[in-house]
Design a protein around this ligand. Structure first.
Ligand code: FES
Length: 62
């Protein structure tokens, strides 16, 4: 699903950034042009980053 309509960024692209080590929206923004225009998607992007980080940390702990 598209998260950032301004730049055509999907949730999958954001999750891939987290898997490559990004831990915050700022870090994702260094790799993807997300939430840099109207900003409407910023909260959703943060939620995806946090959820994916939590899931990844759970997998590592198991
Ligand atoms: S929808 Fe992402 S910056 Fe506008």
């Amino acid at each position: 699903m598209y998260v950032c309509l301004c730049n055509g960024i999907s949730d999958r692209q954001i999750r891939e950034c987290v898997e490559r080590g990004a831990t915050s929206l700022d870090e994702v923004q260094k790799r993807l042009p997300v939430a840099n225009c109207c900003g409407t998607c910023a909260e959703t992007a943060r939620d995806i980053i946090e959820a994916h980080r939590s899931a990844a940390e759970s997998r590592v702990a198991a």
